[in-house]
Design a protein around this ligand. Structure first.
Ligand code: GLN
Length: 501
């Protein structure tokens, strides 16, 4: 029973719990057992709180027994929370030594909404330190492994969240996406990941990396599950000054409509700029096959040029580090977590704490950002990057006059071997080539599995991008594609129990 339960979708589990075919406690226990069986190999979690999860599940079961209606369409379903979002009383490390002993005194708005929805939070997932990276190798607590091939990276920065789904440790997860950290891990683990419109989901309690780009979003194994989770976490929050006060796009209805598989009348633009020397042939082959599939479903396919997208990577790697250099100033040995150099002057404590607490990639970003913002270089670097950002937004606007959504591969390559790019920052950054434009423009995008590469048998992601607050368009297209492709790709993840202790 429990090995069957972990393979169910979140929507199925929620329905079974309401129908009293299974209890939320049994569902939660099945996932805790799975974590106990495989997470020593996968290392998706930094922290699991079984007692707290089971207590939350018990509350849902009591409500079902009392004949109360469900708190949400996902009541009783377990979830893995990225360790960059606060949860009262649970460690929030952001994958960093500098926060190792910190216990947040408050819940992120995303966490509050999950708890109010009756969703059972299993624990906190591994990530690149402060969400900087594309492989989860920058975690201070060791890498996460890709369940498809455990010598490969699970993507990053939210590799733990994506791997927990592919390893059947959780049916739902939350990620955050500043330059691709939800979508790239989704692509390389054969799962679904969504970056909502900037301002669509509250950033209150999301530890800031690059405040003008950071956005939390849903991760799941199916498009419908992602949509259900999206509607739980999205919506206006007065505690976040950049939160949009507008209705949440109807993504669940769009996912259900899309599943019927008809895309007639939908205009889909293929971004011309996303191909070339950095792209694996197997990725492009899967992508082009997906585009043909969309055409068969009735969509009109057109080539679209977005000439400034190629500068996205350079602009992002100035803007994001600039904001990070300012945001990470708060980790000073005084206010949170680690303190080194007690007894020294304030300056000594700050500098020793930061030296000991931050890893090399975080230090690199702080130095690049500080440089880009410094007097004399500001206009040449930060100012220039902001202009590119505007040009990218204009490319999107022009494209969306011609088409309803844009599509591209999510990543240029499949999951690369652990260790391959750790000494080559630029090669690591190239993983974000296709995902960054949506962050810079603030628009939404989804990654949906589009089969296995014929080169290496590893998952490939199809990215669907939509205009601001038009998430329903991309959910509809992704759901139609998913239904046409067949069973969830994760059904083909190799059996991890083989590696049990
Ligand atoms: N890989 C990108 C980076 O290293 C994106 C990170 C993210 O989206 N949090 O900055």
């Amino acid at each position: 029973m429990s090995s069957e339960l972990i393979r169910r979708t979140a929507a199925e589990l929620a329905a079974m719990i309401q129908a009293r075919e299974v209890s939320a406690v049994e569902v939660t226990q099945a996932h805790l057992d799975r974590i106990a069986a495989v997470d020593h190999v996968v290392h998706a979690f930094l922290h699991v709180d079984a007692e707290r999860a089971l207590a939350a599940a018990r509350v849902v079961d009591e409500e079902v027994a009392a004949g109360q209606g469900p708190a949400s369409p996902l009541a009783g379903v377990p979830l893995a929370l990225k360790d960059v979002l606060t949860m009262r009383g649970a460690p929030t490390t952001c994958g960093s030594k500098i926060l190792e002993s910190w216990l947040p005194p408050y819940d992120a708005t995303v966490t509050t909404r999950l708890l109010q929805a009756g969703i059972v939070i299993l624990g906190k997932t591994n990530m690149d330190e402060f969400a900087m990276g594309s492989s989860t190798e920058n975690s201070a607590f060791g890498p996460t492994r890709n369940p498809w091939s455990t010598d490969r990276i699970p993507g990053g920065s939210g590799g733990g969240s994506a791997a927990s789904l592919a390893a059947f440790e959780a049916p739902l997860a939350i990620g955050t996406d500043t330059g691709g950290s939800i979508r790239q891990p989704a692509a390389v683990t054969g799962t679904v990941g969504v970056k909502p419109t900037y301002g669509g989901v509250s950033r209150y309690g999301l530890v800031a990396f690059s405040s003008s780009l950071d956005q939390a979003g849903p991760c799941a194994r199916t498009v419908l599950d992602a949509a259900l989770l999206h509607e739980v976490i999205a919506g206006h929050d007065p505690l976040d000054s950049t939160s949009i006060d507008a209705p949440v796009p109807p993504v669940v209805a769009a996912a259900r409509e899309g599943a019927s598989g008809d895309l007639s009348g939908v205009r889909i633009g293929v971004v011309e700029e996303f191909s070339g020397e950095w792209y694996q042939a197997g990725v492009l082959a899967s992508f082009h096959a997906a585009v043909e599939r969309l055409r068969e479903l009735g969509a009109e396919i057109v080539e679209v040029s977005c000439p400034h997208f190629t500068y996205g990577l350079s602009a992002y790697y100035l803007i994001a580090p600039s904001e990070a250099s300012s945001n990470l100033a708060r980790f000073d040995g005084m206010r949170y977590g680690l303190r080194t150099g007690n007894g020294g002057t304030a300056e000594e404590v700050m500098s020793l704490t930061r030296e000991a607490g931050f890893g090399p990639e975080v230090k690199r970003r702080i130095m690049i950002g500080t440089y880009a913002l410094s007097a004399g270089y500001y206009d040449a670097y930060y100012g220039q990057a902001q202009k590119v950002r505007t040009l990218i937004s204009r490319d999107f606007a022009a494209a969306f006059e011609k088409v309803d959504v844009l599509v591209s591969p999510t990543t240029p390559t499949t999951a690369f071997p652990i260790g391959e790019r750790v000494d080559e920052p630029l090669a690591m950054y190239r993983a974000d080539l296709c995902t960054i434009p949506a962050n810079l423009a603030g628009s939404p995008a989804i990654s949906v599995p589009c089969g296995l590469s014929d080169e290496d048998g590893l998952p490939v992601g199809l990215q669907v991008m939509a205009p601001t607050l038009q998430e329903h368009r991309m959910y509809r297209v992704a759901a139609a594609y998913e239904a046409a492709r067949g069973e969830p790709l994760t059904n083909r993840v190799p059996e991890l129990e083989m590696m049990a202790r």
